[in-house]
Design a binder for this molecule. Structure first.
Ligand code: V47
Ligand code: SF4
Length: 396
């Protein structure tokens, strides 16, 4: 455990009083305040944040680095909403550019993985009237009947709010109905930035913060585990990020139902906010680290490699991250459309393991609920695989 580096930091005479007080809090496992969170964003440099976040990460998980074997189904890329940052959806009126799957078509995608050792299907996409409560309950029932052990992590409060309202159900009734149909857990999407000052500018017509949080709360009450995301690096200010994490921290105190926090870097291609520059990798790492420090009641901080690149995912493991999501298998279009480096994100288990081992961490395949499936620390593959990067730096 990295206590020496933290002790060295605590004795650094150049630290401001506030940074020193925060470091002591981390050492004593005390919670930092809203103002201290904002102070970190404004004043803390990368090295300092890395020491604190890595200390917390190693206290919680040692060198263990989690991933799972999953695939995505994106039932539609049409959407009734108009989020300004979204590169993925086509408004309903541009229907010719979109797809909208039937339950049979979704089952066909699911069945492609019949002989693959995947443990999770992650379902997310746009919001359309036809994909309603009955549509999803039929799909969940058929998916469970076909492959009972496959974990269904599906949809977000954005879809649920729309679906339950049309079905005239409360959030609790709707979640209960879908849980009984086979829904196991909920991914973290749709959170964006909670504060209305930002939300009204980037995602004005979908569920608001209170509705998003309430649907998660009802899911937690029903015993489901869920994730939470934050879309950062666009028009928000630092205090909006802290406000976002504060709301999550409060709900987590109440229910304990969140598993992972996943910061999502705003990517600026093919959307209505393409005039904004993207933030730097340094800012990405600072953000992971501050999330690790602020969200003391979240077990896991996840870096979504398909979005931030394999190299940044490797680096993030020293800045509080302990999970890099899954193998994906080429089934998600959300990030390639938004400008992420990889057009068809896909990594074999062997490649993921090599990526984690290269930065001297322990690769652990987990299921959705973080039960260990395989510890790859001592596993040697027959044919050595080197981490593959989508591009190599050009040196002139
Ligand atoms: O809610 C949309 C984001 C999210 C852009 O829970 C964008 O395990 C960046 O939530 N730039 C969906 N981000 C993806 C998501 C997710 C991903 C991986 C794992 C999990 C999990 C959840 O994608 C949306 C939105 O915040 N998004 N457009 C964009 N231009
Ligand atoms: Fe629709 Fe989701 Fe895109 Fe918003 S982010 S427009 S809700 S698909």
């Amino acid at each position: 455990m990295d206590t020496t580096t933290l002790s060295l930091l605590l004795n650094d005479p150049n630290l401001t009083q506030v940074l020193k007080a925060i470091a002591f809090k981390v050492q004593n496992k005390e919670r930092i305040t809203f103002d201290e969170g904002v102070y970190l964003y404004k004043h803390a440099e990368l090295g300092y944040l890395g020491v604190l976040a890595n200390h917390i990460r190693e206290e919680k998980h040692g060198d263990q680095t989690f991933f799972n074997r999953n695939f995505h189904i994106e039932p539609t890329n049409l959407c009734v909403y108009d989020c300004k940052f979204c590169s993925y959806s086509r408004l309903i009126k541009q229907k010719e550019e979109g797809w909208e799957m039937s339950v049979d078509e979704m089952m066909e995608v699911l069945k492609k993985y019949d002989n693959e050792p995947v443990t999770e299907v992650h379902i997310t996409g746009g919001v359309v009237p036809k994909q309603n409560l009955e549509f999803y309950s039929e799909f969940f029932r058929r998916a469970k009947a076909h492959r009972p052990e496959l974990h269904i992590k599906a949809l977000t409060p954005v879809e649920y709010y729309y679906i339950f309202k049309k079905a005239k159900l409360t959030h609790f009734e709707g979640m209960k109905y879908l849980k009984e149909a086979g829904l196991d857990s909920m991914p973290g999407g749709g959170a964006e930035i909670f504060h209305p000052e930002v939300r009204e500018k980037i995602a004005h017509d979908k569920c608001n913060a209170e509705q998003w949080l309430d649907i998660h709360e009802q899911a937690h009450l029903l015993g489901m585990r869920t994730n939470a995301t934050m879309l950062y690096g666009h028009i928000e200010e630092y205090w909006h990020r802290v406000d976002h994490m504060e709301r999550l921290r409060q709900l987590q105190d109440k229910t304990g139902g969140f598993q992972a926090f996943i910061p999502l870097k705003f990517r600026n291609q093919n959307n209505q906010m393409d005039y904004l520059p993207e933030v730097s990798v340094i800012e990405d790492l600072r953000n992971y680290a501050i999330a690790r420090i602020y969200l003391d009641n979240f077990e896991h901080i996840k870096a979504y490699w398909a979005m931030i690149s394999r190299e940044t995912a490797q680096l993030s493991l020293n800045f509080g991250v302990d999970d890099i999501d899954g193998t994906l298998d080429d089934t998600t279009k959300i990030y390639s459309m938004a400008g992420a480096e990889e057009q068809n994100p896909k990594m074999s288990t062997q490649e993921l393991v090599a990526l984690i081992k290269q930065v001297k961490r322990k690769p652990i395949e987990r299921d959705t609920l973080y039960a260990v499936v395989t510890d790859y620390t001592a596993v040697e593959f027959e044919n050595e695989v080197k981490p593959q990067y989508y591009k190599l730096p050009v040196i002139n």
